[in-house]
Unconditional design. Structure first.
Lengths: 465, 465
């Protein structure tokens, strides 16, 4: 049963499992104690820190183990910003950072740097945001991911690091998605990672803070981990995390080539196999193992359920699969279609045959979900154009209907109105704000914008072909 | 090789190990995902929460898993205090709480309730501290441990909980040391625990917040654990933690009786085997597995080292074994001797023969350490009394000398001065503040108090017998 959601959490690497078992026996004591069990635990902790630091590309005394990648980000952001109060209280982030970064930065004033349709920030836009803003508030910290967790798009970290250095602003790199594949080749000031993304166990994150970077821990005092991460060290898991990072790195070069080939196959073939699909993310500068696409007129949750029944575990940034009712902020920032969104992230060792089987079942599953939702059979054909009932201004009332229904109703009505007609779609579903313009772009129709309505929002679309 | 430091960290319970291994295979995926691996992880998480809640004595939806006991305390204190800003910003704690409680409370105004020589707070003193203070500042939260981690003394939690209820103040109980032995039989509002203290793995704490208790999480938003503890759940460890809590509880009643017998043996025999020993903590209302004593004229670190060489792993609250140069705040609050302090905490399964072996080697080891430090051979004998050189006011200059030297020098000089003479001990060692008065109490001499000196402090002792 192929598991294609490595970007959420990867199964434990065999080396990690072995290391964990050994460390359960040897490393359960308090490494701060002076007796033999404590000294043994301290040796294991020191060795794990050295191994992890080497893989990260930093000194062991720059590396702190945290209970999760999220905690690493929270501690890193608060410690770095608080140490630079005099420089300013503003945090510059890309609009597509992981939610842990956005939430941690949200404690302060935030400047979001937008991304292009491939999900990549422009170096110059990021550099431009590093100066004081209109109110004169300076920048305490910049945050940029090494690669995006939903699209795989790699960010121009080296270039942004250069701009940060020139501006005298420390840069925190969230490397959670890329650390399995190699160190971050840029002059970062702080770096965060998460072990269960690289085949290590849950319960271990890492925060590296370069010597010389000002850092002021903000939590209650604690003597563990140089005062940077409170609580008894999760030692067996730390040992396993370090061991698995070494192990995946040893296999990374070969596995990256192999998985990149499998992902290229998906990227190339899905648009031919499934009509009305948008493959998103940078086709070249991307993580080797991750690809994301969105299927028009498809309810994401239903499609995930069908894929699960067919034996494939994938995730989705569609609003209907999240508890927030809003589509992924990453897809929103990119301005791409969010409905029927599928993220495939292949764990190391994924077999070619499993990818082929995925490509074999996908078209039928998508067609089935579309049929159930009453989606139009094919692209809106420029053609006759029925002169729909209501004279010049037909309305699609999709209030109370969730994604993908508003877009489906629009797509059904459009071919029945004359070219030049403006259609108003009324919707109170957050996904419509993203998906109606995205549909217009895909279909070559004109999106005229939105305006407030009695309930929800009115989206205006003009038929141009 | 007997390990006698269960209060620091206990070896993994066999049941925990088994549960961890199973959960590594079944519970590595994200429990928030809808596919089969995610659903399986969710089932494991729900079952672990139910089992842990039953053992704690709360509803599953009142229980949050955290990455450590320290984090549980930090999150509990900040969330509870912040939710009651309008009632006040003061936190009432016992003076002998764990450092995680004291540090978390230290973010706010703190009222410390003193303890008696057995390490127990008085219910009435605690109740008296729950009203507004002189400045009118109200109390947001009270914190009381179920039992002390250094002395084993049980606190009057039920009585204090009653006083808190009357005063309308929520009570956080740090149950880290007692949870293995049973639920906290009192009406707490919040409760914190730590799995590696009950034979579970590191990386798991728990925070219970009773329904109806106001609680406002203070950290960046995160959807895990009902927004109360950020970061990917450490699921295999959580499963193991819950399993081991059930397992130790099943054995708790019988094991408590057995270990209490072994501890009673140590309490009864050590004062006879080793001269000049003070056994500290409540002899009756105490944890079953823990006993602490202090040895006059003994350097704690040297004694721990000698015990380690003899195969016994114990811990100490002496200043010379800590990185802070200050003796344990618990011993300080009790006003008992801190030098040569040894804490013995027996893990479940400790054998009677190991305790006997400990009692067999201890006297010789203490005698050896004392001889090395040049300690006086026996108690100061009231006797001749040499009329020491410097007329009426002899001085012991122990500046720059660390514990136990200041007390040793005092003990050597005292028998050589006439009864009625006041000796001045000059010391800049923080332990002297505790150990000189404690020595006077043990020896029946009069402690006259301290006053500032050019360097360090002058402690005044009058020979009365």
């Amino acid at each position: 049963m192929p598991y294609f959601d490595a970007a959420s959490s990867a199964p434990l690497h065999p080396v990690a499992r072995q290391a964990l078992l050994a460390a359960l026996d040897e490393g359960w004591a308090d490494p701060a104690r002076l007796y033999r069990e404590g000294r043994r635990a301290r040796l294991l902790l020191d060795a794990a820190r050295e191994a992890a630091a080497e893989a990260v590309g930093c000194r062991p005394d720059e590396l702190t183990f945290t209970p999760s990648g999220t905690r690493a980000v929270h501690l890193g952001v608060s410690g770095a910003v608080s140490a630079r109060r005099r420089a300013g209280r503003r945090v510059v982030v890309s609009a597509v950072e992981h939610s842990s970064v956005l939430h941690a930065a949200g404690r302060f004033a935030v400047t979001e740097v937008p991304v292009d349709r491939l999900g990549r920030v422009s170096e110059s836009a990021f550099a431009g945001a590093l100066g004081p803003d209109a109110s004169g508030e300076g920048v305490a910290l910049a945050c940029l991911q090494s690669a995006n967790h939903e699209t795989g798009t790699e960010q121009p970290v080296a270039e942004v690091a250069g701009a940060c250095r020139e501006a005298g602003v420390p840069l925190l790199v969230d490397a959670a998605q890329s650390l399995a594949w190699g160190p971050v080749g840029a002059e970062w000031s702080l770096l965060a990672g998460s072990a269960h993304k690289w085949g290590g166990p849950a319960g271990v994150g890492l925060l590296a803070v370069r010597k010389g970077v000002r850092f002021a821990p903000q939590e209650p005092a604690d003597e563990r981990e140089s005062g940077r991460s409170a609580g008894f060290e999760n030692l067996p898991a730390i040992v396993a995390a370090a061991a698995s990072l070494r192990a995946v790195r040893a296999e990374a070069a070969a596995e990256a080539v192999r998985l990149r080939g499998l992902v290229d196959r998906i990227r190339a073939r899905v648009p031919g196999l499934v009509p009305d699909v948008e493959v998103v993310g940078d086709p070249v500068r991307r993580l080797p193992h991750l690809v994301t696409f969105s299927c028009l007129y498809v309810d994401g949750e239903t499609l995930l359920h069908e894929l699960d029944r067919a034996g494939f575990s994938v995730s989705s940034g569609s609003s209907c699969t999240s508890s927030t009712l809003a589509p992924s902020h990453v897809l929103r920032a990119m301005g791409v279609l969010s409905e029927g969104n599928v993220r495939v992230s292949l764990p190391p060792g994924t077999e070619s045959a499993d990818v082929d089987r995925f490509l074999a079942v996908l078209p039928e599953l998508v067609a089935g979900v579309r049929a159930k939702a009453g989606a139009p059979a094919g692209p809106a054909r420029p053609g006759a154009g029925e002169s729909g009932g209501a004279g010049g201004s037909p309305v699609v009332d999709a209030l109370g209907r969730r994604c993908p229904i508003p877009v489906i109703e629009l797509a059904k009505l459009l071919p029945r109105v004359p070219v030049g007609t403006t259609i108003t779609v009324l919707s109170d579903d957050e996904a419509a704000r993203l998906d109606i313009p995205a549909w217009c772009e895909m279909r070559g129709q004109e999106y005229l914008g939105e305006r407030p309505s009695d309930r929800g929002t009115a989206y205006l679309v003009r038929r141009v072909s």
